[in-house]
Design a protein around this ligand. Sequence first.
Ligand SMILES: C[C@H](O)[C@H](O)CC(=O)C(=O)O
Ligand SMILES: [Mg+2]
Length: 394
Amino acid sequence: MLPKIKHVRAFVARGAGADYHDQGEGHWIDDHIATPMSRYPEYRQSRQSFGINVLGTLVVEIEAEDGTIGFAVTTGGEPAAFIVEKHLSRFLEGRNPVEVEKIWDQMYFSTQYYGRKGLVVNAISGVDLALWDLLGKLRDEPVYHMLGGAVRDELQFYATGARPDLAKEMGFIGGKLPLHHGPAEGLEGMDKNIAQLAEMRSRCGDDFWLMLDCWMSLDLDYATRLAQRAYNECGLKWIEEALSPDDYWGYAALKKNAPTGLLVTTGEHEATRWGFRMLMDMECCDIIQPDVGWCGGVTELTKIANYADSKGVMMVPHGSSVYSYHFVITRHNSPFAEFLMMHPGPTEVVPMFAPQLLGEPIPEKGRMRASALDKPGFGVELNPEVPLHRPYPR
Ligand SMILES: C[C@H](O)[C@H](O)CC(=O)C(=O)O
Ligand SMILES: [Mg+2]
C-alpha cells in the first residue's frame, strides 16, 4: 500500500521555463511572429506586447504522507494556482495516489461548468503530471515504464526555432520556423514569408524537413495560398496551426485544399479526448500535436493517443519537455518528438524548460537514448534557485 496524499501546493515562477514565451528581450520567440493579434499593428512586433507571457509558470507539488514529493511545471500562473489550491486539491488530499483515473475524472467534471479547455485544463494537467511524478517516485520507476515501456531505444527530434540551418548541423531531423507575417501584411508579407522559407531551403538542402508554425494567425484563403506556394516553391513538410483552434471546419477544408504530400498539423491549443476527437473525426489534420501540460496531462493523453492510433493519425506532442519524452518513447504512432530551441539565438541546445528543472535531459545530435529517462518519476527536480511564490496558501 502506498502512502496517502498529504498535501497539494501550487506556486508561480516567472521568467523562462514552462511558460517558454516569458523570455528576455531580443529572443527569437518574440520577434515579429504572426499571431491572431497581428491584425493590430501595435501588437505585431512582439507577442509579449499583447500579453503572451502574462501568466507565468505554474508549479504543482504533491506531497505524500512519507514526505515524498511529486511535482510538475506547466503554464497557468496565478489563476491556475488558485484553481489547484481552492478547487482541485480536495480531490487528492487523503487519497491513495494510484487513483489517477478517478482523480482526473473528478477534477474535470467538477470544473466542467467553468472549464473544459484552456486555463482550467492546464491546471488539471499540472496536477495530473505531478501525480504521475509522485507515483513514479514512490514506486521507484520512470513514468515511461508505468506507461508500458519503450517501443524503441531512442527518441529522434526535430527542432523549432529561427535557425533550421543550425538545427541541421546539430543533428535534428527537421526544423520548424515561426511564420513572421500574417494576412494583414498582404501580398508583400506573403512574399516575405516565402522568401524566408526559400532562404532556409537553400541553406538546408533539399532533403531536410522544413515546417512552418503559423500560431493560429491565418484565415483559410491565406493558409491555402501559403500552403500551395510553400510546398511547390520550397518543399514544405507541414503547415502547423494555421487557423483558430475553434475552426474545425476551416481545418477540414485546409486539409482538402492542401497539395498532396504536404501535411496539415494542429492541436497544441486543443484539450481532452473530446477536443481531439473533433479534430480527428472531422479529418482536420494529418498529425495531432497535444501539449502534455495543456491537454489534460498524461492520463488524458493516453486516451487521445489510443484514439489517434485506432484512426491511423500520427501524434507528435507539442514541446512539453520530459512530459512528452516519457510518452513518445512508448508509442509507435509518435515516431519523433519536438524540441523547442529556447536559446535566444538559437545557436545552442539548452534544456527546454531551463532554468526551472534540474536534470532535464537534452538531445545529443538530435537524439536521446531511452536510458536518459531512467530515473524515478519524470526524472527531474525543481531547481531550488528559481524563486517560487505561493499566492494561495492553505
Ligand atoms: C514558435 C511558435 O510560434 C510557438 O512559440 C511555439 C509553437 O507553437 C511550437 O513549438 O509548436
Ligand atoms: Mg506550434
